[in-house]
Design a binder for this molecule. Structure first.
Ligand code: UDP
Length: 309
């Protein structure tokens, strides 16, 4: 996102507590190491600069971890956002793009999830993000905060330049784990459950490229210039791939067969999550450019072979 904003000529300040982020990924933008829960430091940053808008990405975001450590999720994701919103309000910053998630839907009623689908999160991560969406709706009503909540389905892939990609320790996400297992000579890839009610028994997800997500944020920023209120958009490709299909696609991209071991289900995982993104396409004029799972994995593979951090 920062790379895209800089390319578009925006001035960008990044706040990151660097608990999972990497200073190297920020490039030429200003970086302030700051935690949103540190109200005094946040106040200093907002007093020093006049911001037109905030894009709020920071959160704890692991479903399994959220089940084990729910209070960390509520403190960081809900408390951190509260602190940010209070500071924005004090400084009359009136536009926010918020990273929400498909995890607010829980077990969906139908195959394709649009924005009218009820929010019924089944894990603390999803509940923390849903609470923030409600804070944004109430803030729009009470004092006119403009916001767009973008509900990502499965963010995937890396910058096609190969310069920026995901690097987590420990890594928990499927595509990086598959690629790391190829790099490690086929070691220890785990498939969490093959008894879900899906065609091959493994979970189905809608993988959406990070550059497509970033493009939607840019479109949301422009959209808010003429729109009031708290809007929500689902962002995905509209096609689901099972865990086994992702592993097969990665095998084609890397040219290597990939061995795996089936384990128990991971707590908190719904069987199927696939987006209907028609509203974003219609209102934001947004279209995902990476429609193909192999093209997404290809960018991730380029990054993993030459990871800089
Ligand atoms: N998954 C898996 N093995 C892994 C990592 C993930 O089988 O090493 C499964 C996980 O249970 C889920 C899907 O892959 O069904 C996508 O998981 P990921 O953690 O990438 O994203 P999430 O859906 O949690 O946002």
């Amino acid at each position: 996102m920062v790379k895209m904003l800089l390319e578009q000529g925006f001035e960008v300040t990044v706040l990151d507590n660097l608990s999972t982020g990497h200073a190297e990924a920020v490039g030429e933008a200003e970086l302030v190491a700051c935690d949103l829960l540190d109200g005094a430091e946040l106040e200093r940053v907002f007093a020093r600069r006049r911001f037109d808008a905030v894009m709020h990405f920071c959160a704890l975001s692991l479903v399994g971890e959220s089940v084990r450590q729910p209070l960390d999720y509520y403190r960081n994701n809900v408390g951190g956002t509260l602190s940010l919103l209070e500071t924005m309000r004090r400084h009359s910053v009136e536009r926010l793009v918020f990273s929400s998630t498909a995890a607010i839907f829980g077990e969906p009623d139908q195959a394709l999830i649009d924005e009218t689908h009820p929010a019924r999160p089944i894990n603390p991560y999803g509940r923390s993000k849903w609470m923030v969406e409600q804070m944004l709706t109430d803030s729009a009503t009470a004092f006119g905060l403009r916001s767009v909540s973008l509900r990502y389905f499965n963010a995937a892939g890396a910058s096609p330049s190969g310069e920026i990609g995901e690097s987590h320790d420990p890594e928990t996400h499927l595509i990086p784990n598959v690629l790391k297992s190829v790099q490690a000579g086929g070691a220890s890839l785990k498939v969490f459950g093959n008894d879900y009610p899906t065609p091959d028994g493994t979970c189905v997800r809608d993988y959406i490229h990070v550059d497509d997500l970033a493009a939607a944020h840019l479109a949301a920023l422009t959209w808010m210039e003429s729109q009031e209120g708290a809007a929500v958009f689902n962002l995905g490709n509209g096609r689901g791939f099972s865990v086994l299909e992702v592993i097969e696609a990665a095998g084609r991209v890397t040219g290597q067969p990939i061995a795996y071991e089936v384990q128990d289900r991971r707590p908190g995982d719904p069987a199927v999550l696939v987006a209907a993104s028609d509203r974003a396409q219609r209102e934001l004029g947004w279209q995902p450019r990476y429609r193909d799972i192999e093209a997404i994995i290809e960018t991730a593979w380029r990054w993993h072979r030459n990871a800089r951090y």
